[in-house]
Design a protein around this ligand. Sequence first.
Ligand code: SF4
Ligand code: SF4
Length: 243
Amino acid sequence: MSILGAGIFKGMAVTLKNFLGSYRSLGRSKHPLVTNQYSWKPNPDSPLPARANEYPDPDQPGDFKKPENTTVTNFSRNFPILLHDGGEPMDTIRCVACLICERECPPQCIYIEKDYDENGKYIKRPAVFDIDISVCMSCQICVEVCPFDAIVMDSQFELSSPDRFDGLLLRRDDLLKSNKYYHDIHPEEAKARDQKMADEKAAKEAKKKAAAEAAKKKAEEKAKAEVEARAQEEVEDKTEDAE
Ligand code: SF4
Ligand code: SF4
């Protein structure tokens, strides 16, 4: 039999347990709760987690381990990054500076400038791509609207900085990460995205091939019709001469 309001007391008990647990170890846990684990962060010698589910192991300094309690998973997201396909990042950057994400970003924290060559011709890449992460609300809309699979969400959460302005303004080169890195942090999502891109490329090539074949067939039919028309004209000319 459930008692009216029991859930409220149960919730308050959990809150009290977490509050006390943030100061000292409770129950079977050897360590205080997660909030106290953040004491490693200001230490410049302590490496930051490279990917989801890797945290410094308090028992083995320098090692990482998967914590028992975390909400950070392969599907976690923090701030966007720009993808490149390996090698020299600006040679394989996927972003073509179409400005769609800049236009659609709800808090307007993306700023892009297109790149041009010395003759003023547009090169399909950004000369400037800034994201102000003090404003970004991690909504992922930029990812959803990008037609080129060029922008995805990072799982790196430790980006705090005492510099309110430049420290929180991520520039193009800070944002550039390889597709391999993307596979490391979001393996399932990256695999699905690669598959989607491969399917789209195959469909595009099939469409192009079908269009080329249709054009070839049309040209052949036209040439055949012209030959037939010329032959008909010759027959008519000969008939007229005979008469
Ligand atoms: S995640 Fe949302 S708020 Fe952040 S840059 Fe993308 S669209 Fe803008
Ligand atoms: S990230 Fe995507 S949507 Fe944004 S400018 Fe680049 S190609 Fe366009």
